[in-house]
Design a binder for this molecule. Structure first.
Ligand code: LMR
Length: 322
């Protein structure tokens, strides 16, 4: 009886000691930069916070896919996601800056931009929609890949090209005369297999980890835009956390972001070699050839500048030259 009264009285605080469950869902393989960052987040968070948190990582879209993950986050069915920045278009137009072709010189410039005032402010771009940006993560620069060699921009004309769900990327491929096909990442493998898409853009890491190069045998090294991620949570979940847990998670986020930068570069280099070793053709472009791709794709900037903001585009450009 005494025990029962105790249990009723203290039942609430006993429950409060249950670990806080943090489900982290993403759509790529574990051996990719994002897959590794998710595992590092789990390892470091549980190391720092002991039994206060339990992090469950769900890779390869096993919990949610591109199409339903944001609704799941806002509905409290998952606590952390790291979608590519292209997938936030319904929530903010600002992150479109990362999709503008040939805006950033490379990942170092992106680092400078993300760590400067304009980049850091982007973490809060979706708080009014209940989404809190926690940290940017790199994958790497995107390359073109196709069933036939793409040396010049006009080689894409008339090809069915898979793309992420993004107006900017669609405009980019329309500028090249291709037929854009928007597809969730989880469905790309099957579309490539069936020949329903003849070309696409992605990083060395995503190409190799999905084996796209085994069907689409020609990769053109364009490095035309980055594939970047934003780790996000819901403001509701984040604000519900005890302050000490939040503080520790912030330390973890800083650490994994720093580690991810080197690891992402390493994994992409490694996967570039793997693609070459598997016998796919890697087409390196001369400066002159690259200039043709740039010329064909750059008009996309003007179209999206009013929504993104000239100030943000200028800040991104300034990060190239420091
Ligand atoms: C894609 O859809 O190609 C990428 O955004 C997948 C990812 O998360 O890297």
């Amino acid at each position: 009886m005494v025990f029962l009264a105790f249990a009723i009285l203290y039942g609430h605080s006993a429950r409060a000691e249950e670990p806080i469950r943090i489900r982290f869902s993403h759509v790529v393989a574990e051996g990719t930069p994002k897959g590794q960052a998710a595992l590092a987040f789990k390892r470091e968070a549980e190391k720092r916070l002991g039994t206060k948190v339990r992090v469950e990582v769900y890779p390869n879209g096993t919990l949610f896919s591109d199409a339903d993950e944001m609704a799941a986050l806002l509905g409290g069915k998952v606590e952390i996601l790291a979608p590519s920045l292209s997938k936030f278009e319904p929530y903010t137009k600002k992150l479109r800056v990362f999709d503008l072709p040939f805006l950033f010189d490379g990942v170092r410039a992106i680092d400078r931009f993300q760590n400067g005032p304009a980049g850091l402010a982007l973490l809060g771009a979706m708080t009014d929609r209940g989404i809190r940006g926690l940290a940017f993560l790199h994958n790497g620069m995107k390359q073109m890949i196709a069933t036939r060699p793409l040396r010049r921009p006009e080689n894409l004309r008339g090809l069915a090209v898979r793309l992420q769900d993004s107006d900017v990327i669609e405009a980019q491929f329309r500028a090249l005369g291709a037929n854009p096909v928007r597809l969730d990442f989880a469905r790309v493998g099957e579309a490539v297999e069936k020949g329903a898409v003849e070309a696409q853009e992605n990083t060395w890491s995503n190409i190799a980890s999905q084996g796209f190069h085994k069907r689409q045998r020609h990769v053109t090294e364009t490095n035309h835009a980055p594939l970047e991620y934003l780790m996000v949570t819901s403001t509701r979940f984040w604000d519900s956390l005890p302050a000490l847990v939040r503080l520790n998670l912030e330390v973890v986020l800083t650490k994994i972001t720093l580690d991810n930068a080197d690891l992402a570069a390493e994994l992409n280099d490694q996967d570039r070699r793997r693609i070459q070793k598997d016998g796919a053709e890697i087409i390196r472009l001369s400066q002159g050839e690259l200039a043709l791709w740039r010329q064909a794709m750059e008009p996309v900037w003007r179209r999206f500048e009013p929504e993104i903001g000239k100030d943000l585009i200028d800040a991104a450009l300034a990060a190239n030259t420091r």
